[in-house]
Design a binder for this molecule. Structure first.
Ligand SMILES: *Cc1c(COP(=O)(O)O)cnc(C)c1O
Length: 396
């Protein structure tokens, strides 16, 4: 049996997205900037895709959406643009949180070197950024607040509407990295007072290497690279046409079935979670209520998650211990550290992220194999054996 349960890292391309893209690898290959009818037809298709995205996130106008190469580029462009707009008005202070994705944190480091002052708010131990703490840090010279919509490691959903309202009241731009949220949660950029929002197709069953940035009308985007006039000169370079078409098909499909999928994924999640939390010395990371439906971030005392992931991999189960981007790093997760998880528990953390293609049978297979593997690994742990002798079936 093969079980893919690493949907926070990337998702399987949906059949609908794939089918929508295929003609654009084939007969629909013209350049959307060409003036002939073949090219203009492609340009129309891109604008249709733009309208689809605008509709699902509640944007007022399709031209508030700029297509990019993905979440990382969108985060870079959002932050650098807001910083440039702030600097024009003498505002060089930015507020964010310490458990953002590296696409945000590393861009903030770059801005710091350019003379911006960065305030990073530590999330509460339940993985939620306090709205009051954000409000308390806003100053006269604050240009931007950037808080992620949902965290990619622990799945916690942030109080975006509340933070948006505070930013609007204070005349501060608000960006949210919504890469884990778009396609999974209802979003309304107008009601939620969001000025800039990043998204990425491969996190909602679309293709990799394409995403976008919503920028409210009047929020001018800086160009990261120089070139032609594509995407209203905000993002030069010939468009990734099949990618954009696939993104729109995937997001449309995701929102068409969002209620049904949400409840289905949640039922699988709760089944797995309840079984795994029954394992002694286990704990859930992050709030249970304000959480993405598919996220399980669970820590086991007395074992090393790398060994656990490899054992599960041998059984055909793909899971992770945190962000896919940091899998080569030996540093303990900055997300888990930021919410105060102890070193011992960080070491034994497993991230299981489910999606709409997972089945009940797969959930049972995950449960059985995690329980068996945890017990097996703990049978080698002297510390665990001494303190929990009677609980381990492998106890000697
Ligand atoms: C995946 C992810 C990104 C990066 O998106 P890419 O399209 O892979 O560049 C950024 N932020 C969050 C929260 C993510 O989960």
């Amino acid at each position: 049996m093969y079980v893919y349960a690493d949907n926070a890292a990337t998702t399987k391309l949906s059949e609908a997205a794939k089918a929508a893209m295929l003609p654009y690898f084939d007969e629909l290959y013209a350049n959307p900037s060409s003036i002939h009818s073949s090219g203009q037809r492609i340009k129309d298709d891109i604008n249709c895709a733009r309208q689809t995205v605008a509709d699902v996130i509640g944007a007022a106008q399709a031209n508030e959406i700029t297509f990019t190469s993905g979440g990382t580029e969108s985060d870079n462009q959002a932050l650098l643009s807001a910083a440039a707009l702030g600097a024009e008005r003498g505002k060089k202070h930015i507020i964010s949180s310490s458990f953002e994705h590296h696409a945000v944190l590393h861009t903030l480091n770059k801005l710091k070197k350019q003379g911006f002052e960065i305030t990073l708010i530590t999330p509460e131990p339940n993985g939620i950024v306090s709205t009051e703490k954000v409000a308390a840090k806003i100053r006269e010279d604050t240009a931007l607040v950037s808080i992620m919509y949902a965290n990619n490691e622990v799945g916690t959903i942030q109080p975006i509407s509340e933070i948006g309202a505070i930013c609007r009241k204070n005349g501060v731009l608000f960006h949210t990295d919504a890469v884990q949220a778009v396609g999974h949660l209802f979003i309304d950029v107008q009601k939620q007072n969001i000025d800039l929002l990043s998204f990425s197709a491969h996190k909602f069953h679309g293709p990799k290497g394409v995403g976008g940035l919503y920028a409210r009308r009047g929020t001018a985007l800086s160009r990261l690279i120089e070139g032609g006039g594509q995407e209203k000169s905000r993002r030069p370079g010939t468009e990734n046409v099949p990618g954009i078409i696939g993104l729109a098909a995937a997001v449309k499909e995701a929102y068409k079935n969002i209620d049904k999928d949400y409840l289905y994924i949640l039922s699988l999640r709760d089944k797995i979670l309840n079984s795994l939390l029954a394992i002694p010395g286990s704990r859930l990371n992050g709030d249970l209520q304000n959480r993405l439906p598919g996220n399980i971030s669970i820590s086991f005392e007395g074992l090393d998650s790398e060994s656990l992931i490899l054992l599960l991999d041998n059984k055909g189960i793909s899971v992770s211990n945190g962000s896919a981007c940091n899998s080569t790093s030996t540093q303990p997760s900055h997300v888990l550290r930021s919410i105060g998880v102890s070193k011992e528990y960080i070491r034994g953390t497993l991230r299981i992220t489910l999606g709409r293609y997972n089945t009940e049978e797969e959930a049972d297979y995950i449960i059985a194999n995690v329980i068996e593997s945890v017990n097996y690994l703990r049978s080698f742990s002297p510390v665990w054996k001494d303190s929990h002798k009677e609980e381990s079936p492998y106890a000697v």
